[in-house]
Design a protein around this ligand. Structure first.
Ligand SMILES: *Cc1c(COP(=O)(O)O)cnc(C)c1O
Length: 389
């Protein structure tokens, strides 16, 4: 096989930082506010516009975003919330932070997204009011059909938090033929995003909540900063210019001004990055079309391609082989219900056979906007070589 060994290892995902990004952060450092300055509101405004939501709240990371959403929706000890086993643990953990019970539902093997038909069966197996919420995940960047999820949620009186960490810029097409962007608040009560370095927009740590519901927005603002308000309209009294009220138990989950500067700068390239991800994904689709041992997860218009997942035979051997070639693939995800922590609540191996079967075969191969065509050709050549194709 004729190819050059890469100069640097190729990860499954990585950030892309430009000189303009660096300049934006330097400017913020020269300015007056290191934490809550004008760039926070600016990033929120621009991000809300990008996803098509009314309100956005910047927070310290995606996990904090999930926690604040669960608090704002008033998740109480013992309340039951449904999510998918094929996600990052944080999607489930936010329910536990509030003492709620996590209930998993198996995936649709064609998409690896939560199977809404299986969600319906679970809901119908219990009396009304048994479950309180649903946390669907736009896994790998493929948007969940939230119109269907909303219909189900309305029927059974559930709230919805869309975990959209993988899908900024993604959309699904609703029954009226309209494109519905992930996080636009049309169907979900709240949506969350992460700005971890492997995600579409990278700020190191960072997260965002979007919503169209004003009362939830006001509540999130308060919870993000210790439960404190300085808004005279919301206070019980007003002793003077210094006065503020802590009205409930909140947290310090703020995102600093200098990271919002990086977020604003990155957001300007979001469409470009997304277009490149889609192009690379299409090139992988074509390259593996003749390989029966390599099955890409479903593609779709509106897919945001955080991950490019293939399902393969001999996954562990392929993973190890790629490492010897300086290609660092990854597995997304180990089913959350099989984690020792969740086994304490009675979940066990065998509970969700489709998710477990998916896990046995999945591999995320390199996909990020700065991956060059040459690097991608090298990845493809190594995989084909492994299967003697
Ligand atoms: C990254 C991620 C999170 C958590 O985001 P952090 O910013 O790392 O806390 C939550 N859910 C999903 C699906 C993610 O991919």
């Amino acid at each position: 096989m004729n190819y050059l060994f890469p100069a640097q290892p190729i990860p499954y995902g990585r950030q892309h930082i430009t000189e303009a990004d660096i300049q934006a952060v330097v400017e913020a450092l020269h300015a007056d506010f290191l934490t809550q300055g004008p760039r926070v509101a600016e990033f929120e405004k621009q991000f809300a516009a990008y996803v098509g939501a009314t309100y956005a709240v910047a927070v310290s990371n995606g996990t904090a975003a999930l926690h604040l959403c669960a608090l704002a929706l008033n998740v109480q000890p013992g309340q039951r919330v449904i999510t998918t086993p094929i996600t990052f643990a944080a999607s489930a953990n936010c329910v536990r932070y509030c003492g709620g019970e996590v209930h998993f539902v198996d995936i649709d093997p064609a998409t690896a997204l939560i199977d809404l038909k299986a969600v319906r069966r679970l809901l119908e197996s219990q009396p009304q009011g048994h479950f309180h919420g649903l946390i669907p995940v736009d896994f790998a960047g493929l948007p969940v059909n939230l119109e269907e999820a909303r219909a189900l949620a309305d029927e059974f009186n559930l709230w919805i938090i869309e975990d959209s960490c993988h899908a900024p810029g993604g959309f699904f097409t609703d029954s009226a033929g309209e494109e519905q962007r992930c996080g636009n608040g049309q169907y979900a009560d709240l949506a969350i995003f992460s700005f971890h370095p492997v995600k579409h927009i990278a700020t190191g740590e960072g997260g965002m909540i979007t919503t169209n519901r004003e009362e939830l927005y006001q509540e999130l603002l308060k919870l993000r900063t210790h439960g404190i308000t300085k808004d005279p309209a919301q206070m019980q009294r007003h002793d003077g210019g210094w006065y503020m009220e802590m009205q409930e138990l909140g947290y310090n989950y703020r995102m600093p001004d200098m990271l919002c500067a990086l977020g604003i700068s990155q957001l300007q390239r979001a469409d470009e990055g997304l277009a490149r991800r889609r192009q690379l994904a299409m090139q992988y689709d074509v390259a593996f079309a003749d390989l029966s041992d390599v099955q890409p997860l479903s593609s779709a218009i509106g897919h945001a391609y955080h991950l490019y997942v293939i399902q393969v035979k001999e996954r562990k051997n392929l993973y190890d082989y790629l490492r010897t070639k300086e290609i660092f693939a990854q597995v997304h995800y180990i089913p959350v219900h099989t984690m020792p922590y969740y086994q304490r609540f009675g979940w066990q191996e065998g509970d969700f056979p489709l998710a477990e079967n998916y896990y046995a075969h999945c591999l995320s191969i390199p996909l990020f906007p700065s991956l060059s065509d040459e690097e991608q050709q090298y990845v493809i050549a190594c995989i084909r070589e492994f299967y003697h194709a």
